[in-house]
Design a protein around this ligand. Structure first.
Ligand code: 16G
Ligand code: ZN
Length: 551
């Protein structure tokens, strides 16, 4: 009774915008910030209900539009594990966001609470951690989220302030595991596991001191400012942050991982002075990371090191540690456990990366685009490494493997302390602490890249040369109804409209090493086209002819 009148009165203050239909897409709701007050308010309600449903575990609510332009904003939910909101709740999120009136909203909530058996009384209060990126609109949207949360009786909102998306996911996960979860705890975990990996670098490593410098493009967002803090806690790595947002640059404008990866040109703040230097770029909420270098003084082109190559670097390192660990030697009961290592990519992965990974003997799987699909697949392995070409990815370790690794480490240290095998075990344990287990995290990914390069003694050039990317082209085609395209097999095949896949196949067959696919975007009203082939001209021409088929 009291609950119902509270919901009615408070939702009346957040009328939904007229004539727009929002959908909880691949990465939550995203739109022009001016349209989002009511949506964020309602997601606040949803977060509180989700917490109650999950035995009052902590839920995360993040206000960000990632790499979108500054005037956009968005909101998404982190589940108790720190992962994405269960897909099974997405239709409810859509319905809530689009309910036309307070009465409709209330009705939806009552119905859903009943259907999902959500306990509203006699349980611990719902708890929600709130975070936002640096967008100016974040402040008032945060207020709307708080109002939504407090319209569920007893629900508690804890504001973490301006944080990266992965920081908030990490904090949610940590809190639910009962460990300390402040920003300082996050920084301490990253810096101490980084130090541990640095201390375990083989003494013969040929890493060149001049290679020691890293320049990072912070996209004028939250990542740069956090990295400024984190870098002071690190030894053995010199980081210069540019585009930290303090020098007047605009968020994501000519800067950031999305720009660098799509345009393949130097971001603002970088120039021919940086030839040969190892550079990295974060996106607006620091959940994507790409590397690049400037090959020559005469052009603004870059050599891009994308998510596929970061994945490959991680895979090589992890595989090396597993090999050391499994070396014949001491025969004891525990040593014959064979951890399952899986690598997860999407159709956007450059074909050359997939070939390379398979030649290393790795099991490579594909899922549709979107972190929720990749993460879920990766979690089926003892060690699952996933990356999107755009730079979002991480390594997830199973609990059972980590337990086995702990006990293996103890055994090994009682046989010969400091053996190569024990070091490999320690390295894997440190990686599991350094790399964000909840979601892709540019800051933790960056530290892992850095320590692996030092471990291998590799320059960025050596890393780039692991394999050579096939030339590729991405296009988008504006369409009236993007749902007309339906895909299957991890988006590699278009099953609708009828006949289109045959036509794509016919175009593809004209080009050596050709590959092409189309898919409806999850974030924009467009059909995306991807093509790769043995030359840039061929990739461009293939993309163009496939785009014509869509039009
Ligand atoms: C979102 C996804 C990203 C995906 C992109 C594709 C998350 C956290 N983010 O940004 O993984 O690559 O959408 O966008 O899942 P598109 O559907 O418009 O191509
Ligand atoms: Zn992002």
């Amino acid at each position: 009774e009291q609950q119902q009148s509270l919901l009615l009165s408070s939702s009346a203050r957040f009328p939904p915008p007229q004539g727009v239909r929002l959908s909880y897409g691949t990465a939550g709701f995203r739109a022009d910030a001016g349209l989002l007050q009511s949506t964020v308010y309602r997601v606040g309600i949803l977060a509180a209900l989700r917490s109650l449903k999950m035995d009052s575990s902590v839920i995360g609510l993040m206000i960000t539009a990632s790499h979108n332009k500054e005037s956009d904003n968005g909101v998404k939910i982190a589940d108790p594990s720190g992962g994405m909101l269960s897909q099974h709740w997405e239709p409810f999120a859509d319905a809530l966001a689009n309910a036309p009136s307070p009465q409709h909203l209330l009705h939806l909530i009552i119905e859903f609470v009943e259907k999902e058996n959500i306990p509203l009384e006699g349980v611990r209060p719902a708890q929600i951690l709130l975070g936002r990126d640096t967008r100016p609109s974040g402040e008032s949207l945060l207020e709307a989220a708080k109002q939504g949360i407090s319209s569920i009786l007893g629900a508690v909102a804890i504001d973490m302030g301006i944080v990266t998306t992965p920081q908030l996911h990490w904090m949610v996960r940590a809190r639910n595991k009962g460990v300390k979860a402040s920003e300082l705890d996050y920084f301490e975990q990253l810096s101490s596991s980084f130090r541990c990996l640095m201390d375990l670098i083989p003494s013969g490593s040929t890493f060149n001191e001049v290679d020691n410098k890293l320049v990072v493009d912070g996209a004028n967002g939250v990542g740069g400012e956090k990295l400024e803090v984190l870098k002071k806690m690190l030894d053995g790595l010199a980081i210069e942050v540019r585009n930290s947002g303090k020098d007047g640059g605009v968020l994501n404008e000519g800067v950031g991982a999305d720009y660098v990866q799509k345009e393949k040109v130097v971001p603002h703040g970088f120039s021919s002075q940086d030839v040969g230097i190892r550079c990295a770029s974060l996106d607006g909420d620091a959940d994507r990371l790409v590397y690049f270098s400037v090959p020559s003084e005469s052009s603004s082109k870059i050599d891009l090191v994308d998510g596929d190559k970061i994945l490959s670097l991680f895979a090589v390192f992890i595989k090396e540690q597993l090999n050391i660990l499994n070396k014949e030697g001491h025969t004891d009961v525990n040593s014959d456990y064979q951890p399952r290592l899986g690598v997860i990519q999407t159709a956007y992965a450059n074909g050359a990366s997939t070939d390379y990974l398979r030649k290393l003997g790795l099991e490579v799987l594909f899922t549709p685009t979107g972190v929720k699909y990749l993460h879920e697949k990766a979690a089926e392995y003892d060690i699952g490494i996933y990356f999107e070409a755009n730079g979002h990815g991480t390594i997830v370790f199973s609990e059972s493997f980590l337990c086995w690794l702990e006990s293996r480490n103890n055994e090994l240290s009682s046989i010969v302390k400091g053996s190569e095998q024990q070091k490999a075990a320690l390295r894997l344990l440190a990686v599991s602490k350094l790399i964000n287990q909840a979601v892709g995290d540019a800051l933790s990914g960056l530290l892992l890249v850095e320590v692996i390069l030092q471990h291998m003694g590799w320059s960025i050039h050596r890393w780039t040369e692991l394999y050579r990317d096939l030339p590729s082209r991405q296009l988008k085609v504006k369409v009236v109804d993007r749902t007309a395209v339906v895909t299957a097999n991890a988006e590699t095949v278009a099953v609708r409209p009828p006949g289109i896949q045959e036509a794509i196949n016919a175009e593809t067959a004209k080009h050596p090493q050709g590959r092409s696919f189309i898919r409806p975007s999850g974030t924009e009203d467009v059909i995306r086209v991807y093509a790769e082939a043995s030359t840039q001209e061929a990739a461009d021409s293939l993309a163009n002819s496939v785009a014509k088929l869509v039009d």
